[in-house]
Design a protein around this ligand. Sequence first.
Ligand SMILES: [Zn+2]
Ligand SMILES: [Zn+2]
Length: 166
Amino acid sequence: MPAKPEPGNRLSAYPWREIVINCHVCNRHAQVAKERLLKTYGDLALADLALRIAADRSCPRAKAEGYCGARMLTAGVETWACLEEAMHGGWIAMLHCNRHIEALKRGSACRKPFELYVPTLVALLGWDFPLARLPYKVTCPGCGSRSFFIEWHVPERGAGALAGPR
Ligand SMILES: [Zn+2]
Ligand SMILES: [Zn+2]
């Protein structure tokens, strides 16, 4: 996954709309809109931001010791993006068939993954269709199964290149 949040980078340099904060010490995980964080905390370095958020969400360590395991992580694109981002970013969707784990059904999974052609998805579902809902709209092209997962390949690009038309 590209756009990996570097702890030293400022939040404004992070290209996606949503970012994850995760702390393995206090066992917290939250996905937050970047705009909201910018408004609340300003444009901090990601490492400092993670600590501030952890302290605000009452992580005892972050409060008392100024340290906890909080880190900013990339939010999976399928959790927040729409077909628009996929189209503009040249993302590739691969459907991996999982038929073999379907309960009570024999037969093996389709061996090769199928590419779901993004412009066709846009033509059928519209720009603003959320990637998260795609699994409810498609079936495996090889066998018709609804057991599959969709993997998104996001090409590496600079943050500037991602500012598509809005
Ligand atoms: Zn913590
Ligand atoms: Zn299949």
